[in-house]
Write a protein that binds this ligand. Structure first.
Ligand SMILES: *[C@@H]1O[C@H](CO)[C@@H](O)[C@H](O)[C@H]1NC(C)=O
Length: 198
């Protein structure tokens, strides 16, 4: 299959950076200039600068935390990384929900809120279960370049994370999952943005 124009553009950035690499090293002896970091920054700028869901910094933090030495980085790879990070996030969030439902996790609840919080947590447990259930299909869709299908699954995941968070607000109780819901929502939207360019 012919590469999309966006991955051609990204490849051009890589080529230019690689050509500049020795020059930049000479001009700037140490510390070594990281082509990988520049590439991640360029890709994150292309999806993060116009986004209302996440910023360039969130993207850099997420993608930069896992990228290996792979030479063929493109939007498909970046999208796949976001999908993987989302699954890791959802796995640990679901474990936290299980802990909270067993009464652990160090979150102190006011007695009168217990029932409402527990009900919200149960709903979140099934929402995150759904994200994890869909994960294999999403990964397969990215690998086989069915990007529309992968984006549909990711949008569903973003909506699930938002629904989990909104449940607490609707019941007027504090969410013990704010940070997790926020991360899951942003990672899903990050995946959508990359796969739109893939
Ligand atoms: C979830 O994703 C966020 C954003 O990339 C990251 O900072 C955090 O470490 C992740 N948590 C887990 C448990 O994977």
């Amino acid at each position: 299959m012919a590469p999309s124009t966006s991955s051609v553009r990204l490849m051009r950035v890589v080529v230019v950076l690689l050509l500049l690499f020795p020059v930049l090293l000479k001009a700037n002896e140490a510390p070594p200039f990281s082509v990988k970091a520049q590439l991640i920054l360029a890709a994150c700028k292309s999806v993060g600068e116009g986004s209302t869901y996440f910023n360039v910094q969130f993207c850099e933090g997420a993608i930069g935390s896992v990228i290996g030495g792979s030479a063929d980085l493109d939007y498909q790879v970046f999208g796949g990384i976001a999908v993987r990070l989302l699954a890791e996030n959802a796995t640990s969030t679901k474990a936290k929900i299980d802990r909270l439902l067993r009464g652990g996790g160090g979150v102190k609840l006011k007695a009168e809120d217990d029932v409402a919080v527990a009900r919200c947590l149960q709903s979140c447990q099934s929402l995150y279960g759904g994200i994890l259930y869909d994960w294999l299909a999403c990964t397969a869709a990215v690998k086989t370049r069915l990007f529309g299908e992968a984006r549909r699954i990711l949008e569903k995941a973003a909506a699930a994370a938002k629904e989990c968070e909104d449940g607490f607000g609707k019941n007027n109780v504090a969410s013990p999952l704010s940070a997790e819901d926020d991360d899951a929502f942003k990672l899903a939207k990050l995946g959508v943005a990359f796969l739109r360019l893939a």
